[in-house]
Ligand binder design. Structure first.
Ligand SMILES: [Zn+2]
Length: 366
């Protein structure tokens, strides 16, 4: 953190300025903060919707910084989330706000852990935290059943630890492997797309997320059903996920938005075109986040809408459809089959990257 203060406050360090390090109290509000430092409320209204929400929900215990000159407010730096902080600068009698990134201390770590008891226990013993376990479950979740992992399995990992004030905030796994006498799975983080691939350039995870939304229940599956509003049998060519209005809906795979708007019975809709002839449809939406538009490229997991009740709908739910080469298919069947294999330039770049990486980190690619 010292680094950031130095970088950001550098023009002032030449003079006798003073930095106060403070802790955000549980009942303290951004409004009170502005009042305490005689900063006009106008500052709040100039922020966009997302930032307004974030300044209203600053976590208690957050460390923030006030720069003063002869007890006069000059600047404030308040972290808003893990990545960004808001900087408020007083210039003569005007106030300016900026959003600046938070810089962490990064340490590279290498571990090799043999499972004697069980995964969580042995990893905790070796690293002092559960973070690596959580990441491994995520990376190898489709391949390895960690609940019944054989004793003697060797877990290797190369990762970056991001910390602030000496406290580990997050880790980024660059490589991991799970090896025993039955299998040897490797995962390399591809710096080009942020996905994990094995040593043959095949993705460990499917091209699709298992579901586009966190849901309470599925109210209707893919197949023939009696339509509750139209009162006749017809094909239900998707899956209906039930949850509260406003629940975020995520793109299940990278792709391009090819439709955003109203579509007869489907109400408010997003349609995304993906690789390999896939199109996904998200219907009965309540609305869309700001900045979502037709023609936009979106990433897997990105919020592209909110669950709603628009169009011909009996209650708040998301209708999710998957089309493959022009035909609706059962969304539950796509997950395991569709993996990404890198080809062409991307494949070449990946192989040259893992070759260098493996040599440096003494990883046998066989
Ligand atoms: Zn439906």
């Amino acid at each position: 953190m010292k680094k950031i203060i130095t970088i950001i406050f550098i023009p002032f360090l030449l003079f006798a300025y003073k930095v106060d390090i403070k802790k955000w109290n549980s009942h303290y509000t951004f409004y009170e903060f502005l009042k305490d430092y005689h900063i006009p409320l106008k500052i709040y209204y100039t922020l966009n919707t997302k930032l307004k929400r974030e300044v209203r929900h600053i976590k208690s215990g957050t460390m923030y910084f006030i720069l003063k000159n002869n007890n006069n407010f000059k600047q404030a730096l308040i972290p808003l989330n893990d990545k960004q902080q808001i900087q408020i600068i007083k210039k003569r009698n005007r106030f300016i706000t900026k959003i600046v990134p938070i810089i962490y201390d990064t340490t590279k770590k290498r571990v090799s852990i043999t499972i004697h008891k069980y995964l969580t226990y042995d990893i905790y013993k070796a690293t002092g935290s559960n973070m690596l376990t959580r990441k491994l479950l995520n990376i190898f979740g489709d391949k390895v059943n960690f609940k019944s992992i054989p004793k003697g399995t060797v877990i290797k990992a190369v990762y970056e630890e991001k910390s602030k004030f000496g406290k580990v905030k997050d880790i980024k796994v660059l490589f991991a492997s799970v090896k025993n006498r039955y299998y040897n799975y490797m995962a390399f983080l591809n710096p080009r797309d942020g996905r994990y691939y094995d040593q043959h350039a095949k993705s460990l995870k499917g091209m699709f997320l298992p579901t586009p939304i966190s849901y309470k229940r599925i109210s209707s599956y893919f197949g023939m059903r009696y339509h509750p509003i139209l009162h006749r049998w017809r094909m239900h060519d998707g899956i209906d996920f039930v949850n509260k209005i406003g629940t975020p809906v995520h793109a299940v795979a990278d792709g391009k938005i090819i439709y955003k708007g109203w579509m007869h019975g489907y109400g408010k809709v997003i349609k995304i075109k993906h690789n390999d002839g896939y199109i996904t449809l998200y219907a009965h939406l309540h609305g869309w986040p700001k900045g979502i538009y037709k023609g936009q490229w979106v990433k897997q997991g990105q919020t592209i809408g909110y669950l709603g009740n628009s169009g011909l709908s009996t209650g708040p739910h998301l209708h999710f459809g998957v089309m493959h080469f022009g035909k609706w298919i059962n969304p539950l069947n796509i997950r395991k089959s569709a993996r990404i294999t890198l080809w062409g330039k991307a494949r070449k770049a990946f192989f040259s990257y893992i070759k260098k990486f493996s040599k440096k980190n003494k990883i046998a690619l066989k």
